[in-house]
Design a protein around this ligand. Structure first.
Ligand code: SF4
Length: 91
């Protein structure tokens, strides 16, 4: 193949993009500011699949939530009276 028969790079891009594996599901980082959390438990009531208030008085939650649970986590963040819950989308 000489220089005149090569295809422009841009012409090959759609084909390359089509052969890429699907993007992994997006996840959203979750954190609770322990200095502000007053352990009211409203987040657990709103999103029991995300937050658990233990009998030891500790709030447990995963470091990130998947797309299925992010809406409930966002609603819990909106309802938290201490504004202690933070969510940050990850690429
Ligand atoms: S609702 Fe807010 S203050 Fe209450 S336990 Fe959850 S994070 Fe803490």
């Amino acid at each position: 193949m000489d220089e005149h028969t090569r295809r422009p790079v841009a012409a090959t891009l759609p084909r390359l993009a089509a052969s890429q594996p699907p993007a992994p599901p997006r996840r959203t980082a979750l954190s609770v500011d322990a200095n502000h959390c007053a352990l009211y438990g409203l987040c657990e009531q709103e999103a029991p699949d995300v937050f658990t208030l233990g009998v030891d008085g500790r709030l447990r939650y995963p470091p990130a939530v998947d797309a299925e649970r992010v809406a409930a986590a966002r609603q819990a963040a909106r309802l938290c009276p201490m504004r202690a819950i933070s969510l940050r989308d990850q690429p």
